[in-house]
Design a protein. Sequence first.
Length: 319
Amino acid sequence: MSYSRKCINIVNEEFEAKRLKNESQRQARLNEAYSALPELEKIDKELSKTGVNAMACAMGGKEGLSERLNALKERNLELQRARAELLLSTGYAEDYTDLKYDCPICQDYGAYNGKMCSCYKTRIIEEQFKQSGISSLVKTQSFETFSVDLYENCEEMKELYNYAVNYVKNFDKIKENVLLVGGTGLGKTHISTAIAKALIESGHNVVFECAQNVFFDFESDRFLDRFGGEEPVSTKYLDCDLLIIDDLGAENISAFSVSCLYNIINTRLNKNLPIIASTNFSSKELRQKYHDRITSRLFGEFNIKMFQGKDIRQVKKTK
Ligand SMILES: Nc1ncnc2c1ncn2[C@@H]1O[C@H](COP(=O)(O)OP(=O)(O)OP(=O)(O)O)[C@@H](O)[C@H]1O
Ligand SMILES: [Mg+2]
Ligand SMILES: [Zn+2]
């Protein structure tokens, strides 16, 4: 598991807020029931003395101890029965004043028996989708919704699809950089989202962003740097498990964006953290756009996967 600290903090705070909310709602129900039923408060006061009474029993010597403890236990059960009857007879549910949990399994702690609860995992994956920038895309773009039959070269696309599925399967062993190249509407973003979704679901920290926004973030960090501020937003591009840069080459290319791209590629190559980038541009066009120091890394260190055929947006329309 390597979910981002930011996601974990957000979700932990949420769970703490849930526990506080449920405790304060229970307190409010209890206060209301006490004011309607003063007898209930009396019973609870007596019940709350059980521990002290048990202690007093124990200190009273060994002789007759088990009888005294049994009597105390009996009294306790009697009070609990009286409490339930009182609530029921006055139109309340028997468990009206009990603490109610959003998740009864983990009692809103997110874990039980030392295991992560599924409610916590679901929430953290959702948050990671959000933080990674794919929360709206995952609804429609996944491996399940990727069809190879939409392509004329469906055999080649089947191979590409299998490559992507295996990329996810072997992600922890084989850290491969990939460059997805091809014209518009051929499924580059779709397959990238599918990879991101599957890896997030298996506990990885994935960041997915279009190139333009990546460089915006570095730009805004420059501003923060100058005036001081929080942690740079661009840090995530350098240290997440997988970075997906969509639409490389579509950004406004400047000396600054090129130096950011060089920094990202170089830093991640050195840390053995992979990148998947997609682009509409041919290798010739990329060479025109970027410095040799970038293209030599792109073509030397990235596995190039070509998308060919007709725009799937149009193919889907005519089907
Ligand atoms: N193989 C596929 N099966 C099902 N839907 C697909 C497939 N490929 C693409 N699509 C759908 O077609 C639309 C365009 O695909 P996508 O955005 O992935 O193309 P792209 O290659 O990233 O294009 P662009 O270069 O314009 O960004 C999306 O709605 C996507 O879900
Ligand atoms: Mg795209
Ligand atoms: Zn739970």
